[in-house]
Design a protein around this ligand. Structure first.
Ligand SMILES: [Zn+2]
Length: 266
């Protein structure tokens, strides 16, 4: 099975790629609207994502990529409408392995279960170019007809990281600007100082539900903890290999399912 879908509400479903290590497994969000649907992030590109979404919806689709990393932009090329931030436009168009951060330590980590994905080969894995068809800037609005999302530009993890914020339901799809796990601020185009400002901005946001780019969703109290831990210097990944080996010591089954029980929202 290439994907799984978990329906969290009438509006929101979570799609994931099984067989991807759970610390790297991207949350792909399918948001249903009256006039069109959003697909927020697209995973590693291990299978045909658009076909999977089409099983549930025949409305027009807009694919939004919160940022240009390999675990988020793999299937972006499948969609006709591909939106992201202009700061990363060149990388979406020419996603070489260094630019999409599929290089260095990640290639030495078994991020994909060979039993579930026998055709995946770390040495030849490549992201298909997916030039953006339109840009999303701070303050832009995506109006789905019966709900609307405002674009927040939240750099730090990467220069073009964006989030989608629905003021009415107080829900934010935050990409890798924040999720309930260790935050990565030392990639080649990360900027820890900018990241701090992004996290402080998120703490000011009157949000109730955070749907991050990885790991189960969470509420405001947890957000405050994550931000405080990070600002204290606890929740950031210094050396990826050290972090990975430490993680293996605590939870050796990296392909285990995540626990999403209790996460139901609207
Ligand atoms: Zn990322």
């Amino acid at each position: 099975m290439t994907f799984t879908t978990l329906r969290l509400s009438d509006r929101v479903s979570l799609i994931q790629e099984p067989g991807v290590a759970n610390f790297l497994r991207c949350n792909i969000w399918h948001v249903r609207g009256r006039d069109y649907d959003l697909v927020i992030d697209t995973g590693m590109g291990l299978g045909p994502l658009k076909d999977w979404v089409r099983r549930e919806s025949d409305r027009p689709l807009k694919a939004i990529c919160t940022h240009c990393h390999f675990d988020h932009m793999g299937s972006l090329h499948e969609f006709d409408c591909r939106l992201g931030h202009r700061a990363e436009a060149a990388i979406f168009a020419d996603p070489n392995s260094d630019a999409v951060v599929y290089s260095g330590a990640w290639t030495r980590i078994e991020v994909v279960n060979p039993t579930q994905h026998p055709d995946f080969h770390p040495e030849t894995y490549q992201i298909t170019p997916a030039p953006l068809t339109g840009y999303l800037d701070e303050g832009d609005v995506l109006d789905l007809g019966d709900c609307a999302f405002q674009v927040l530009h939240l750099p730090g993890h990467s220069p073009g990281s964006i989030a989608l914020w629905d003021r009415k339901s107080r829900t934010i799809f935050s990409g890798d600007a924040v999720y309930d796990g260790y935050l990565l601020d030392n990639l080649y185009h990360s900027d820890p100082e900018t990241y701090r400002r992004t996290l402080e901005r998120l703490r000011q946001l009157d949000a109730e539900t955070f749907h991050g780019g990885h790991y189960p969703s969470f509420g405001k109290a947890r957000l405050n903890q994550i931000v405080d831990d990070y600002l204290r210097g606890e929740k950031s990944i210094g050396n990826v290999m050290d972090w990975y080996h430490n993680l293996l010591r605590h939870s050796p089954d990296v392909y285990a399912e995540q626990d999403w029980t209790g996460v139901a929202v609207d």
